[in-house]
Design a protein around this ligand. Structure first.
Ligand code: ZN
Length: 142
């Protein structure tokens, strides 16, 4: 199985301060912003080479990001690994007794399929698997 780092999700408490650090101090640029109302989250993507940093800002009090920041403070929330075949990756993990939050893939941003692995099975890290829409199309065309 091949997996590529897609992005690192970072829960922020103070977006302006976070942007001041990543854009002003480090000189990086936000190249996309996406609202995910169902999750109460606004995501700001900062490109770093082939991967990205995803600055996650809570937009509602019920947001999982708000809960995360309240409980643990701002910081790394998840890492996302891109795979060619998410169904095969999940089957492989399940066969090895890995605890999954999503047993089957669900719809993510930009038509991607995503599934989360429980941090208790990933050494304390929330791991998101992602299969891009183009990879799905290529897969189905085979
Ligand atoms: Zn993410």
């Amino acid at each position: 199985m091949k997996a590529v780092l897609d992005h690192i999700g970072i829960a922020v408490d103070d977006l302006d301060a976070a942007l001041a650090f990543y854009t002003d101090a480090l000189g990086l640029e936000v190249d996309a912003t996406e609202d995910v109302p169902s999750q109460g989250v606004r995501a700001h993507f900062v490109r770093v080479g082939a991967a990205a940093l995803e600055l996650l800002e809570a937009t509602t009090d019920e947001s999982p990001i708000r809960r995360f920041v309240t409980r643990r403070g701002a910081g790394i929330h998840h890492i996302t690994l891109r795979v060619d075949d998410i169904a095969a990756a999940l089957a492989r993990l399940k066969a090895r007794g890995v605890r999954l939050i999503d047993e089957t893939p669900r719809d993510g941003a930009e038509g991607a399929l995503v599934a989360f692995v429980h941090p208790s099975s990933a050494h304390g890290v929330l791991v998101e698997l992602k299969q891009e829409r183009s990879a799905q199309a290529a897969h189905h065309a085979r």
